[in-house]
Design a binder for this molecule. Sequence first.
Ligand code: SAM
Length: 237
Amino acid sequence: MFTSQINAVAVCRTPYKQKFGIPRQPGLVDVKGYVELVPELNNLDAIRGIEQYSHLWLLFCFHENLAQGWKTTVRPPRLGGNEKLGVFATRSTFRPNGIGQSVVKLHGVVQRKGKVCLEISGMDLLDGTPIIDIKPYIPFSDAILNAKGGIAHDAPELINVSFAQTAQIQLASLTQNDKYPQLQSLISAVLAQDPRPAYKKAKLDPKIYQVALYDLDIFWQVIDQEIVVIELKPTTL
Ligand code: SAM
């Protein structure tokens, strides 16, 4: 049986501090992140010429799920958790080798705190995700028009997002400096995906939810088929 030792080549830095609320696929929320090369690769050699590409493939490890193991069949959220599909017929985050792949937009190469970083956007990765490979996206072979997308053919339907008075006041004070880039558009875009499990969406749902973005906890509720952001607090995570 083939086995191989794989080492992270980088770590992904994103505003997503917990799994709940992260978009289900890349390109759904246009927020900036960074791919920080590991110290052994912390020079420009390995990424020389990478700026000629507009997008990159990131291969990574679903590191927060590894300990829970995996099963040969999974219940995709898109099917409401009722139907089972084989793990290889899904983009499940619980997989035999725990490997994920995401295509992200490349904005450029930057230095952050003395580390060589790729500035990216549109990622669907938890902050701290280990990156195991970085590859250029090659449109002539990677973009397959009219490909069949199975259960994941279309992007998730979006839900309206509004901000209650308290949240608007808090947002105004939190965005006075650039500590939380794109904060309002990030909150709106993340919540518009309606992160709740499918079975919760069918009925009245009075629960107050929380997602962690940057070092903030964002509290929200569904009222009349719309997501209302109630308040923003420093995170307890
Ligand atoms: N685009 C990738 C793919 O298809 O392999 C990931 C798709 S997966 C459905 C996206 C979800 O993975 C996110 O919504 C988040 O909940 C989860 N996730 C992201 N980073 C993770 C990590 N480091 N460990 C565990 N789960 C993670």
